[in-house]
Design a protein around this ligand. Structure first.
Ligand SMILES: CC(C)(COP(=O)(O)OP(=O)(O)OC[C@H]1O[C@@H](n2cnc3c(N)ncnc32)[C@H](O)[C@@H]1OP(=O)(O)O)[C@@H](O)C(=O)NCCC(=O)NCCS
Length: 156
């Protein structure tokens, strides 16, 4: 599916509250506060992009950081009612473009092994596995491993 009426908008530290609200809605078990989001997305190393609907209501977000040639998606999420409409894919591409603009040649992320939706999104977006971190994420009934994924950026 595509997301025709969705507009992507770069979110600076002044919009950290909007990004934090989206993060909290998408990750209720691991909410980040506005201050943490503002710190992580402060330019030039960090950035965030939000997806807005036709009424300018936020539907999703991505946060990333760049260190030299390596970039990392810190978090990405789409509100439950807006999922499966292509917004996640748009946000991944926004992270790719933003990372390239900051000089990165590779984009990394971690995804929990028990998150098939996100794993499918990343596979469909050109990421491949480069590592595994056992017990990386805490769950109510134990711990689950993270897969480390990489996507080579154009020109790499
Ligand atoms: C992962 C997430 C961001 C995907 O957002 P989305 O807007 O629903 O994704 P898209 O509609 O762009 O889907 C793109 C592709 O991802 C895969 N995908 C997404 N949701 C899926 C699902 N529920 N089941 C299977 N595949 C799925 C598909 O390959 C899909 O392509 P297709 O629609 O052509 O089949 C969203 O499910 C989410 O916010 N989850 C909670 C937060 C989270 O887990 N974030 C990632 C942490 S690493």
């Amino acid at each position: 599916m595509t997301a025709p009426s969705v507009r992507l908008h770069p979110a600076g530290p002044l919009e950290a509250g909007v990004v934090a609200a989206l993060q909290q809605a998408c990750f209720p078990d691991d909410p980040w506060d506005e201050g943490s989001v503002a710190t992580l997305t402060t330019p030039p190393a960090g950035f965030a992009v939000i997806a807005l609907d036709a009424q300018e209501q936020p539907l999703g977000f991505v946060m990333a950081r760049v260190a030299a040639e390596d970039a990392e998606i810190l978090a990405i999420g789409v509100l439950p009612q807006a999922r499966r409409g292509g917004i996640g894919r748009l946000l991944v591409e926004a992270a790719v473009t933003g990372s390239q603009n900051l000089g990165a040649t590779a984009l990394f992320l971690e995804v929990a092994e028990d998150n098939p939706e996100a794993s499918s999104l990343y596979k469909a977006s050109g990421f491949f596995s480069v590592g595994r971190r056992p017990g990386y994420y805490k769950r109510v009934d134990g711990r689950v491993a993270a897969l480390v994924l990489r996507r080579d950026l154009d020109g790499a």
